[in-house]
Design a protein around this ligand. Structure first.
Ligand code: DX5
Ligand code: ZN
Length: 216
């Protein structure tokens, strides 16, 4: 069963609670929250204060995607704010395994993310420390970008690798996913699908989640 994680980056921030309610009622499985620091990526978005305030308005698990340098500094803040899953980028920390253990020790699910150009072997020695791997299918920083076609092969290689090692680790993908390519990426092996623009820029926000699920 695939899971849909709407990214609130594409939502109307002036009425965030309402926008979140729409996807929750529409059958979203997770709420994807993109945290950017203006250093790791060329954009600044939201911090723990916002996460804490929207937590009161939503019962979905919070999937917090940290696109920030030295994420270890803020893991505890996001955990306290209400994160259920915390994702750190392998490119953003010198101590990936320590970061992942910090997340697990706080009782949360840990996820490691790879930028499009980062090879899969960077995960070889942390596969026992992750619940999920996030493959970026665009370069992180902005919503509304085009899916990078070479990522389909990367998803398939990761799936084969995890199957070969008999690891039940979720494969999340993020960037440029919509009804036209969700089948391709799920066929390749992705099972947690982030979608920002496809959902929030649609005329029928809630209905789009069903449409995405049906397109698989
Ligand atoms: C990009 C973010 C994504 C983004 C996806 O840096 O990590 O989560 O919001 O947006 P779409 O679905 O519009 O590509
Ligand atoms: Zn994201």
């Amino acid at each position: 069963m695939i899971k849909i994680a709407p990214s609130i980056l594409a939502a109307d921030f002036s009425r965030l609670a309402e926008q979140i309610r729409l996807v929750e009622q529409g059958g979203a499985d997770l709420l994807h929250i993109d945290v950017m620091d203006g250093h790791f990526v060329p954009n600044i978005t939201i911090g723990p204060v916002v996460v804490e305030s929207i937590k009161k308005h939503c019962n979905l698990p919070f999937d917090v995607h940290l696109m920030i340098e030295n994420p270890e500094k803020y893991i505890e803040n996001f955990a306290q704010a209400g994160a259920d899953i915390i994702t750190v980028h392998v490119e953003a920390t010198r101590h990936l395994q320590r970061c992942l253990r910090m997340i697990k020790d706080l009782g949360l699910k840990a996820c490691a993310a790879l930028n499009p150009a980062t090879p899969l072997h960077t995960l070889d020695y942390v596969l026992n420390d992750v619940d999920m791997v996030l493959l970026m299918t665009v370069n992180p920083g902005f919503g509304g970008q085009q899916y990078i076609p070479a990522m389909t092969e990367k998803i398939a290689s990761l799936k084969q690798k995890l199957d070969r090692l008999d690891k039940s680790i979720d494969i999340e993908i993020d960037g440029g996913i919509g009804a036209d390519n969700i089948d391709e990426v799920t066929q390749a092996g992705a099972n947690v699908i982030v979608a920002g623009s496809a959902i929030y820029k649609s005329d029928d926000v809630a209905g789009m989640i069903t449409k995405l699920k049906k397109s698989v």
